[in-house]
Design a binder for this molecule. Sequence first.
Ligand SMILES: Nc1ncnc2c1ncn2[C@@H]1O[C@H](COP(=O)(O)OP(=O)(O)OP(=O)(O)O)[C@@H](O)[C@H]1O
Ligand SMILES: Cc1ncc(CO)c(N)n1
Length: 272
Amino acid sequence: MRDPKQYPTALTIAGSDSGGGAGMQADTKTMQACQTYSTNVIVGLTAQNTLGVQGAHPVEPDVIDAQFASIMADFDVRAAKTGALFDAIRVQTVARAVKKYELSNLIVDPVMVAKGGASLLDDAGVAAMKEDLLPLALLVTPNLPEAELLAGMAIKTEADMVTAGNKIQQLGVPNVIVKGGHGDGPQVKDYVLLADQEFWLTGERIHTSSKHGTGDTLSAAITAYLAQGETLEAAIKEGHSYMNTIIAHPLNIGHGHGPLNQGNWEVQRNEI
Ligand SMILES: Nc1ncnc2c1ncn2[C@@H]1O[C@H](COP(=O)(O)OP(=O)(O)OP(=O)(O)O)[C@@H](O)[C@H]1O
Ligand SMILES: Cc1ncc(CO)c(N)n1
């Protein structure tokens, strides 16, 4: 266990989920569980629960700027991640701040659609993400539908995941994880394409309705381990192991896509 006095600081730049399962709330709980302190730039509010997104309300760009300014005036941010960014204006506002504050350990989780189907990034936002944000990122972590949009191709096979990863890398981001949670089969396979190597991360597919916020949780865990000074490869492997552990210990909350239990991780790990 890390001495809490030694916790590094990370930053999540994301949307709030009033249901507490995904977005900013998933990120903050994950970072805390992974022994990293979490600061928050809220890019938008969602009225959301386990059944879906009932409303999405982006925050004004000057309020996004003000949150960055407050955080950067006080904290030593070692790594950052983005989540729901809603539209091109917010993507560009975040990209400007990433440049201004020289946030080099940046993970972009290109959140586009919530589990119930609601859009969390419009088409112009996707274009701005490709053009303005991905070239600033260290790592991007699309799920299969997001990878299809970013790569401009259909993904049906593992070979397609490899091709899509390479196409996304050509957008200017050196490291890519194409997540396989949306596939089928007894195993979930994530394709990891790093600047200097490639590998697959494999886990048993858990059959559970408590999967709300899995992508946010994976990218937040990787961000937390990066903030601790891990190499990217080690941070990805540790983040994946954390994800694999907690998805096997679901909570029974809400009437739809239930949340994960990001906390209490050491206990969960010892139960396996
Ligand atoms: N049923 C499952 N069993 C085990 N691991 C899973 C399962 N579903 C997803 N994962 C893992 O969770 C992580 C997130 O994958 P996924 O493809 O679900 O992301 P996502 O669609 O962005 O999630 P969300 O939209 O809910 O935030 C990956 O590491 C994936 O391997
Ligand atoms: C606010 C927010 N961010 C991300 C996701 C994707 O999990 C979600 N459902 N809601």
